[in-house]
Design a protein around this ligand. Sequence first.
Ligand SMILES: *[C@@H]1O[C@H](CO)[C@@H](O)[C@H](O)[C@H]1NC(C)=O
Ligand SMILES: *[C@@H]1O[C@H](CO)[C@@H](O)[C@H](O)[C@H]1NC(C)=O
Ligand SMILES: *[C@@H]1O[C@H](CO)[C@@H](O)[C@H](O)[C@H]1NC(C)=O
Ligand SMILES: *[C@@H]1O[C@H](CO)[C@@H](O)[C@H](O)[C@H]1NC(C)=O
Ligand SMILES: *[C@@H]1O[C@H](CO)[C@@H](O)[C@H](O)[C@H]1NC(C)=O
Length: 744
Amino acid sequence: MLALLRLAVWTTLVAQLFNEVQAKPSAGTPVYTGVKSFPTEVFAGMYYEPKSMEQEPRPKVARFNGGYFPDSLNNPTQLPTAPPQSEVLMPPQLHGKAQVDQLIKDAFNIAGQLFKKDQQLSATCDLCRTGLATLQKLAHVSPEIVPDILGSICDTFGVFDLLNFKQECKRTLSKAVYGGPITQVLSSANFSANAMDAQGICGQVPSLNLCPKPTEKFSDDFLDKWFKGKRHAPQSVVQRWERRLENRIKKQRPKSELLRVPHLTDLHVDGRYMVGTESDCTFGATVACCRVNSYNNTKFHGSFLHGPLPDSEIVHKANYWGSLECDTPWALMANSFQALKELGGSKSWDFAIFTGDLVSHDDLYRYSHDLAEYSEQALYDMFKHYLGDVPLIPSLGNHDTSPENLMAPKSLPQNMGSEFQWDIEYVAQLWSSKNWLNDKQANQVRAHQGGYSISPRKGFRIIALNTDFWYYVNFYNYINMENPDMSGNLRFLTDELLAAEQAGERVWIIGHVLTGWSGAEALNRPGNLFYQIVSRFAPHTLAHIFFGHTHEDHFQLFYFNDNGASLSADRHTKNAVAQAFIAPSITPYMKLNPAIRVLSVDPDTYEVMDYDQYYSQIAEFDDLIRSRANHGPVWRHLYSAREAYSNFNASLSAGTYRAGVHLNGTKWPQYASLNGTFWAALTDEMEVRPELLTYFSDIQSRLSPTAKTCTTSACYKANLCYLRAGSPLQGQQCDPDYDTVARS
Ligand SMILES: *[C@@H]1O[C@H](CO)[C@@H](O)[C@H](O)[C@H]1NC(C)=O
Ligand SMILES: *[C@@H]1O[C@H](CO)[C@@H](O)[C@H](O)[C@H]1NC(C)=O
Ligand SMILES: *[C@@H]1O[C@H](CO)[C@@H](O)[C@H](O)[C@H]1NC(C)=O
Ligand SMILES: *[C@@H]1O[C@H](CO)[C@@H](O)[C@H](O)[C@H]1NC(C)=O
Ligand SMILES: *[C@@H]1O[C@H](CO)[C@@H](O)[C@H](O)[C@H]1NC(C)=O
């Protein structure tokens, strides 16, 4: 009720703010009303088919290479307690077992001092380095015991609480989950005084801040080599691009001639979602609600046994169609794909992009190779079913692996480099089996561990990256941090861009983990190298960048910078070279409405002329069940970027409109794309018209009734700062308190 009220208020508010947006009874025009039945025909069969939405359907998924995934992967009553022991990753023992007891004592002693948290930074940093060196010795003489020691240190000193990480120490740091991989990193990282690894680990583990962060700056020498002596786009390339822009003015295309490209991201299907359980759970030591073991401690006291609670002890029951606090149940997953197909209409799509994350959020010890492969197989089967011959260009997310978030670069010593090849090989073959990749690209996926380059149309190229290689939770990135590109993904990207520049192609980059915004996700050095690459190739060759990961709808800007330190970039609108679109998720997790974005793309320059955002309001799902509606969730058109954002009247009046693009009245001209200059100018407009930032924050969650709205000057300031931050270090200069409207 409250939710509906807020929506109504919101709708009038927006109607007042934007004369383009009409007042509507509910926010957005309905465009698709879902069917009630589950599309069993997509799968090999069903392990379970509910009669009347009392539980989720449980599809039987066939592996492309033979056999079926077991029902246990989507049976909500069978929660695994640990990954298979066969999936344990551990380093070899390097020396004899001398000194073990002393080393353990030292490690505890150092941890005790470190996690007291009232130290001077310099003392803390040295202590942290000594601690790592001690653990390394232990990892060399007795690797088997390190996971246990880590678990005990974590429990004894409340380390996960300090990190605000809601997991159980012992289980999470067990050998088969993170304990083994962390022991591998301890064994192989370079902790000598001049190497960067110790400082990197102590400095980039968030909330701890035990050391200053490693510098992002690259030397001229490094950059000369990196760009093979070609630090800037040749004049002929710039002129070629300018001619193309002029042609677009002459040849203005109506919307009907633009390419239509859906951008989906963050599906996170949860086969273990259980209808009727607590959706508004207090997490305790688990990350997922809507599970057989979920409860809210304001309603339920006592020691919890598995099994659905009586209704009287539940705050909000998990809905068949999905719940605001939870990942995507099968019913919503199918509904979203049906909406995708429906939105394509009779003309269908030109191609589609997907920026990763298929697997559900779960306690780390519930991940397994099977869970990753099952999610990959099931959801790429769905993509194929609903897209038909429309090519999908997918990229990997940090959840699409096991243990969650981890992927060791191939170049690492011992066995590390091949330990994730099971996953890479699976998607290489799976994507090929759908005809999305040819043999050359499949081999690129193998060589670059998920990275590849594809030309869906002549003169146009998309480069997919595996962004795990800059993700801060991927511990393997902390080995040899001096090298910002241990995986070679950025080398591959740069070489592809150099070739595309030669060939006169326009390029998009797709990937999962964003580099900027609040700067909390990517590591500083690879993030800054990416910034340097964008600055080098945008806008002439590199047209757009697409990310996902945060689940929220936002963007981040890149400005010209050629001195190797993004922090010194002059972030003035006239210097904007590109922006990254960060698209909203399908998964409602956390407190978001599912959304599908549709790009309208110019077929000559491959620039985005507009996008339309569609969404489904979860607050309506309970009514669907209560009223026994004979249909599924309704999808609505929420906004078009051009309608919502192309009026620059306030900055124009204030004299702060500095894009240099001649406006049509107060509007961004029709011929001009929504390029970096547009989004940079929008931040200037937001600065003088902060109601736009309030609107932006409501859109960020797709009008989720429980998300926060940005209405204070501190929040405005922080958001403008995030929007202008394309590199990690730029983002880290912003107030971190407003980087999400939904997650807590
Ligand atoms: C560790 O780093 C130092 C300083 O960069 C370097 O001199 C040394 O060779 C590295 N050791 C190994 C084993 O890579
Ligand atoms: C638990 O229930 C209380 C009371 O109904 C509610 O305010 C809270 O948001 C719920 N969820 C959590 C995570 O505490
Ligand atoms: C954006 O488009 C406008 C209009 O075509 C152009 O003047 C400007 O240089 C472009 N900026 C970028 C970063 O592509
Ligand atoms: C700009 O336009 C909006 C509505 O689109 C209006 O509310 C606002 O007052 C205008 N501002 C200026 C300075 O013209
Ligand atoms: C300016 O905008 C008006 C109203 O949207 C439109 O009819 C006209 O064609 C535009 N002019 C140019 C030069 O784009």
